[in-house]
Design a protein around this ligand. Structure first.
Ligand code: AMP
Ligand code: GLY
Length: 423
């Protein structure tokens, strides 16, 4: 069986490594992948947003199944293009991917179907947004409507900062057309939990919960990043919270999408905040999270391809999806300076005996050597019986991977450990 995976990051590397456990898969193509994955997949030099080329490649190479992992191709309709060529896919079609592609859509969906989320207003021009901000409660949260490389959310601590954010999004077009509309919403507080869920549009199967660490520096300081590390399971996500989320958020969301004729299939990511008034949705993503996938999939005991195909063919209800009771920790090693300016081109060395625990995100080939090529370079994941051991082992892995100017947080999992001791 030939499988194609669209995307190039650590998440895609984790998906590819997990798929490889299925012995029926004879070849995996990564479009475009990165040089750090070349031992696990055949790299194809087609960009993740080149939808037509991806579909043509799949048809010409007799691909049996395609996994579309990143937000951009999903929102652009990559699954629709592949399906038109008769290729079965993992991931939502364009109509359903709008749940991530438009924050205005997702907020209005939650309001219409009574799914708990922050109070909000939508604005399509800067004047009315600025006027609203004169009296809005502060801090407040400003979100560009469309995709913005994970940077479209601004938490404003003062009225002046809020007004500045509106100007840069709506007038200076910091995120291009993604900022034609904005959402201004209530600032919520509480522990954050990421829950990825498999769904075929009828059945929802949440995966093990996880916790991201978004800020660049220790103790959640510094700029927001794509994610500096993750742990799973998330200790704040108790069985009682899980039950409440299933009843008030997960099933209502799947049903709401069906009612809107936008049946969602694939992985739906629920970014949740556990507020004093119960769990609320901070964001939906139409895909696996990065770097959540790097801790969630290593804990999946079932065959990933079988589960993915069950979401495609509507048989999830009859498919076993099992996770181990272990803990996982992923520490991201980035290039010093990320998420701002950083240098590339340093050789990466990963000892052979730990390659299975390393998911490469930003690497290229230079004279036959694998070198750094991105802000987030790779993630080291360890699995252990306890969270403490998973953290210790993940940092041991980090100590064995080398490239110049490597930067990583030293406190991945520390908050979760504290929560564990309180429980
Ligand atoms: P995102 O860029 O969409 O991943 O969001 C970045 C982060 O902004 C989230 O992980 C939350 O920590 C924070 N955030 C988003 N919306 C809110 C909100 N309404 N209240 C408080 N924090 C928020
Ligand atoms: N880790 C957050 C995301 O994938 O959007």
């Amino acid at each position: 069986m030939k499988v194609l995976v669209v995307g190039s990051g650590g998440r895609e590397h984790a998906i590819i490594k997990k798929l490889k456990e299925n012995k029926n898969i004879t070849e995996i193509f990564a479009l475009p992948g990165n040089a750090g994955m070349q031992e696990d997949a055949t790299l194809v030099n087609i960009g993740a947003k080149e939808i037509e080329k991806i579909a043509d490649f799949a048809a010409q190479n007799d691909i049996d199944y395609a996994v579309v992992a990143p937000d951009d191709p999903l929102v652009l309709g990559c699954v629709d293009a592949l399906e038109q060529k008769g290729i079965a896919c993992f991931g939502p079609n364009k109509a359903a991917a709008i749940i991530e592609g438009s924050k205005v859509f997702s907020k209005n969906l939650m309001k219409k179907y009574n799914i708990p989320t922050a109070e909000y207003e939508v604005f399509t021009n800067a004047e009315s947004a600025t006027k609203y901000l004169q009296t809005a409660p502060i801090p407040t949260v400003i979100k560009a409507d469309g995709l913005a490389l994970g940077k479209g959310v601004i938490i404003a601590e003062t009225r002046e900062d809020a007004i500045k954010a509106v100007k840069s999004i709506m007038q200076d077009k910091q995120f291009g057309a993604s900022g034609d509309s904005i959402v201004i919403e209530e600032f919520l507080t509480g522990p954050e939990v990421s829950v990825l869920a498999f769904t075929d549009g009828e059945t929802v199967v949440p995966m093990v919960s996880s916790m991201d660490h978004k800020r660049a520096g220790d103790n959640d300081t510094g700029l927001n990043t794509g994610g500096m590390g993750t742990i799973a399971p998330n200790p704040y996500y108790t069985d009682a919270v899980a039950k409440e989320c299933m009843e008030t958020i997960f099933l209502p969301t799947i049903n709401a999408m069906n009612s809107e004729n936008r049946t969602f299939k694939g992985c739906l990511y629920f970014g949740l905040m556990l507020t004093a008034k119960g769990p609320k949705v901070i964001e939906y993503n139409c895909r696996f999270g990065d770097p959540e996938t790097q801790v969630v999939l290593p804990l999946l005991k079932s065959d990933l391809l079988t589960v993915m195909q069950a979401t495609t063919f509507g048989t999830l209800k009859d498919t076993k999806v099992e996770f181990s009771d272990s803990n996982a920790c992923c520490v991201i090693m980035a290039s010093k300076g990320y998420p701002e300016h950083y240098e590339k081109g340093y050789e990466i060395t990963i000892p052979n005996n730990i390659k299975n625990n390393v998911y490469v995100a930003g690497a290229a080939l230079n004279n036959g050597k694998v070198v750094t090529a991105g802000g987030r370079v790779l993630g080291c994941t360890a699995v252990a019986d306890t969270l403490q051991d998973a953290i210790t082992k993940a940092y041991e892995l980090v100590g064995n991977v080398h490239f110049e100017n490597a930067y990583y947080r030293n406190d991945i999992g520390a908050k979760a450990l504290k929560a564990n001791t309180k429980a």
